[in-house]
Design a protein around this ligand. Structure first.
Ligand code: BES
Ligand code: ZN
Length: 457
């Protein structure tokens, strides 16, 4: 066993202790009042990097600060940039948590807490891997950098602005961006995710009368904004799951035969998949399998609806306002801005008489796809994964989005390597988010072995 491996195995308790420390910080980016906690989380990472001997600093942005850290530069050697996020999603509904979201609790070999997997636990695997290599006296023959943002869950633009600045391009210059913020295909199955979907997020506000009206006095004589909203939204997809926005599919590249076979060969059962989420069957575009629908097809979804009386009992009104939050998941080559324009036109043509509207584009990011045949880092990563999990990785795509990763590829010309340690049932963004202790510790080992592979090249 190599020294760094012995170190990793001997430090399990310590790594858990440090992980729990950061899990206790409520770094919720979407809610303004948690800003002090966001700043505490950023400080925590900066201090930890300094403690383990990396140069580290906070970088101010238009939004929340970035944490940057680096090992010593090595001339003419590759640079690996580890990306992650220290912010988390809001924990509500709180009453559904079996233990408090910001008090990490171990049950059945899993750690339950908001951010356990997304992304604090996953990100820390690389921090502890680098720490273990350095503490074991390894001299890294290449440079490792870290960039950690605090607004990923909110679609914040701080990191994007920085990445496009001269300072950002210089600081983040690298050959490979390593990200653990995705899931494994199944437990014990190492997984390289070579594509992510993009996203465009909207909020639509409809206004009718200048106040809520009596539905007896006024009903039938004015257009109800809640009806206007549901009528418009219901036209976005048809009964076959096909999005009805003109030009929506224009740049959607069909699946290659190779990908179709690759996905079909995965050990995946629709019934089990839907059963786990309490459904007897799924739904989606005709002609595509569940994984194709989740990974490589674009979508339209409503995320939240607001209109009228929500309290106990009933109230006979025509609400004065109605609004909805909705998103489209996009596939690589679909341009989020073009889709935003198309959505605006689609709505404009459907606004009924007497209703005024405002469409706010909240955030957007393109999808990404890694060219596996041209990758320089997939082979060393596959070796490290094989050694750690005793089987070769599968290659999948993912329906979720990590907004900045496509930008890393375009702006830095770097290869983005997504190697997640999470599981599909980790409940990210839901109550009782968890990350298994085994995944956490195995992730540290696999990450260190990846870096060790690079040392031999
Ligand atoms: N870690 C997720 C991305 C992800 C989602 C990976 C599902 C694997 C499965 C990431 O933190 C995330 O949730 N991203 C947001 C981005 C959005 C708010 C712009 C997402 O996909 O909703
Ligand atoms: Zn995440």
């Amino acid at each position: 066993m190599r020294l760094f491996e012995t170190h990793i195995l001997s430090q399990k308790e310590y790594f858990e202790l440090k992980w729990f420390e950061i899990l206790r910080i409520r770094s919720i980016s979407a809610i303004e009042e948690y800003k002090p906690e966001i700043l505490r989380a950023a400080d925590w990472f900066r201090n930890y990097f300094c403690e383990i001997g990396l140069q580290s600093e906070l970088i101010e942005t238009v939004g929340y600060p970035l944490v940057y850290a680096e090992t010593s530069a090595v001339a003419n050697a590759p640079v690996v940039l580890v990306y992650g996020h220290y912010d988390v999603q809001p924990p509500d509904p709180l009453e559904l948590w079996k233990s408090p979201p910001f008090e990490p609790t171990i049950r059945d070999g899993n750690v339950y807490a908001r951010g356990a997997t997304d992304d604090k636990g996953q990100l820390l695997t690389h921090v502890f891997a680098v720490e273990s290599l350095l503490k074991s006296g390894e001299k890294l023959p290449f440079q490792i950098k870290f960039i950690i943002e605090g607004e990923e869950e909110y679609g914040g633009k701080g990191i994007e602005h920085f990445l496009h600045s001269d300072e950002g391009k210089k600081k983040l210059a690298c050959d490979c961006v390593l990200v653990s913020d995705t899931s494994m295909f199944k437990p014990g199955q190492p997984t390289i995710t070579y594509g992510l979907r993009g996203i465009i997020a909207f909020e639509l506000f409809l206004t009718g009368p200048n106040r809520d009206l009596h539905s007896g006095t006024f009903g039938g004589s004015v257009f109800n904004p809640a009806i206007a909203l549901t009528k418009i939204l219901s036209q976005f997809i048809d009964e076959k799951g096909v999005v009805q926005i003109p030009e929506f599919y224009d740049n959607v590249i069909p699946l290659t035969d190779r990908e179709r076979t690759q996905f079909a060969d995965l050990d995946f059962d629709d019934n089990t998949f839907f059963e786990k989420i309490g459904l007897t069957q799924g739904f989606g575009e005709t002609g595509f399998s569940t994984n194709e629908r989740r990974w490589v097809r674009p979508t339209f979804d409503i995320n939240g609806l607001t209109a009228g009386y929500q309290g106990e009992g009933g109230k006979t009104i025509i609400p004065g306002k109605a609004s909805a939050k909705f998103t489209c998941r996009l596939v690589p080559d679909q341009d989020p801005n073009a889709i935003a324009d198309a959505v605006r036109k689609f709505i404009a043509l459907r606004i009924p008489p007497g209703i005024t509207w405002e469409l706010v584009v909240q955030h957007g990011a393109p999808g990404m796809r890694l060219d596996l045949d041209r990758s320089k880092f997939v082979v060393p990563m596959s070796k490290a994964l094989e050694e750690t999990f005793s089987c070769s990785p599968v290659f999948i795509r993912e329906g979720g989005s990590i907004p900045i990763v496509a930008e890393f590829h375009c702006t830095l010309g770097a290869e983005v390597l997504l190697v997640g340690w999470g599981q599909d049932d980790d409940a990210l963004h839901s109550p009782n988010e968890k990350f298994s202790l085994t995944s956490f510790h195995t992730g540290i080992l696999a990450s260190a072995r990846f870096f060790a592979e690079l040392m031999q090249q």
